[in-house]
Design a protein around this ligand. Structure first.
Ligand code: NAD
Length: 223
């Protein structure tokens, strides 16, 4: 946003969570945005309480909440950027668009390295016989397989089995191993800190209002 124009008012759903708290810090550190509200049952604040103050809501909550939150945003004319994984965004395709039109952007992974990993894995799968994915995450992650692994497998040729590992000490990691006669190829991405997701989240906040269609799924569509 250019100087002199209004700040983008950003609300965060799941603001007390690991990702939500990191997003709040990133929004507060962005010159073109202001943190307009923090919604989280842990803070005693419902999403409905902050919607009226927001242009965009970022959702990092739980798989059983993300769809309802996105629908509530659209109905209130507020754009939504959703990072929550393990839910099905299909119903968003059929909701009628009332003015003011609100868009939904969903990404299973906001880290640029993970987007590149998915792209390279999709390309490599066209040429190598078989592939499997190992995804490794911290032990408080509720969904398995991860949204990133599911999306990677979807983009790749052939049937790609996914193995999930949950351990303390991990953040978010994935290995795509491709095998063919006498050789293997391994493509690996590691998010060692949640700040790895923030440039992608801020990009999505800035761009969600101008999407040509909704929902748009995947950070690759904004690059
Ligand atoms: N897209 C990405 O790049 C990316 C990266 C990391 C994590 N994630 C996903 O983000 C989600 C959150 O991860 P986390 O580690 O921060 O989890 P977390 O458990 O630390 O945080 C989730 C928060 O959501 C809150 N919450 C629950 N219901 C809510 C509601 N109705 N309204 C508002 N808040 C609500 C919880 O109280 C909690 O504080 C998970 O689905 C995870 O897989 C996505």
């Amino acid at each position: 946003m250019t100087s002199g124009s209004a700040l983008l008012r950003v609300g965060v759903a799941g603001a007390a969570g690991r990702m939500g708290a990191t997003v709040c810090e990133a929004v507060e550190g962005a010159d073109d945005m202001e943190l307009a509200g923090r919604a989280d049952p842990a803070l005693g604040v419902a999403l409905a309480d902050i919607l009226g103050d927001c242009d965009v809501v970022v959702d990092f909550t739980t798989p059983d909440t993300a769809l309802d939150n996105a629908l509530a945003c659209v109905r209130a004319g507020v754009h939504a950027v959703v990072g929550t994984t393990g839910w099905d965004p299909t119903p968003l395709r059929t909701i009628p668009s009332h003015p003011p039109r609100a868009n939904v952007f969903v990404a299973p992974n906001f880290a640029i390295g993970a987007v590149l990993m998915m792209r390279f894995a999709a390309e490599a799968s066209k040429y190598m016989a078989k592939a499997e994915v190992i995804e490794l995450h911290h032990d408080r992650k509720v969904d398995a397989p991860s949204g990133t692994a599911a999306r990677t497998a979807e983009l790749m040729d052939g049937d790609v089995p996914i193995h999930s590992i949950r351990l303390p000490g991990l953040v978010a990691h994935q290995e795509v191993i491709l095998g063919d006669v006498g050789q293997t190829l391994t493509i690996r991405h590691d998010s060692t800190d949640r700040t790895s997701f923030m440039p992608g989240v801020l990009l999505a906040i800035r761009r969600v209002g101008e999407l040509p269609e909704s929902p748009v799924i995947g950070l690759e569509h904004l690059l």
